[in-house]
Ligand binder design. Structure first.
Ligand code: CMX
Ligand code: CO
Length: 145
């Protein structure tokens, strides 16, 4: 089951400038910042709300760390803007397998590491009406990675 909007991913050229915009305009503040080398991003998570079923919803601001990364390619083609949406689930592998059975391409054979040790995978935007879609399983409470 997909239980929440986990986050909306936003591609930006300058992470610090984007953080300043969201603070100045909406009062949102950074809950967490990290570099994910595998994904080729420097990222900040801005928490918007907690959800009733556990977990939370965030904006994920993404600055590329290298020119061959997904976000760098997106910026080159489209400029700054919404890059992907992400749904939260307690079972990312199970959800991905069920969605693959419907004919949608899942980009990873096994989930990879996302923010704060979450488990993530992606669905191909060409199979999702032009929307790059991520599935996220939050790390278990007490897990640090
Ligand atoms: N949203 C919608 N469409 C997208 C897209 C996006 N974010 N990124 C690429 N596309 C479209 C392109 O416009 C292009 O369409 P056309 O063929 O009509 O021109 C097509 O998909 C292929 O795009 P591409 O630029 O040639 O890029 P690639 O095929 O090399 O990669 C994708 C596309 C989705 C496979 C790649 O971006 C990917 O693997 N994404 C998942 C990983 C990721 O995005 N990581 C960063 C976020 C990390 C995080 O959230 O933690
Ligand atoms: Co994301």
């Amino acid at each position: 089951m997909l239980t929440r909007i986990d986050h909306i991913g936003i591609a930006c050229r300058d992470l610090d400038a984007a953080i300043a915009f969201y603070r100045r305009t909406y009062g949102f503040t950074v809950a967490h910042e990290e570099i994910n080398e595998e994904q080729g991003v420097r990222e900040a998570m801005l928490k918007i709300n907690e959800t009733d079923g556990g977990g939370a919803s965030y904006l994920q601001l993404l600055e590329p760390t290298r020119p061959d990364s997904a976000v760098a390619k997106f910026l080159e083609k489209n400029g700054e803007g919404v890059h992907h949406i992400a749904f939260g689930t307690a079972d990312v592998a199970g959800e991905a397998a069920a969605i693959a059975d419907t004919g949608v391409r899942v980009l990873y054979d096994t989930p990879r590491r996302g923010t704060l040790g979450s488990q993530i995978t992606f669905l191909h935007p060409k199979d999702c009406g032009g929307v790059l879609t991520e599935l996220v399983q939050a790390p278990s409470p007490g897990t640090h990675s």
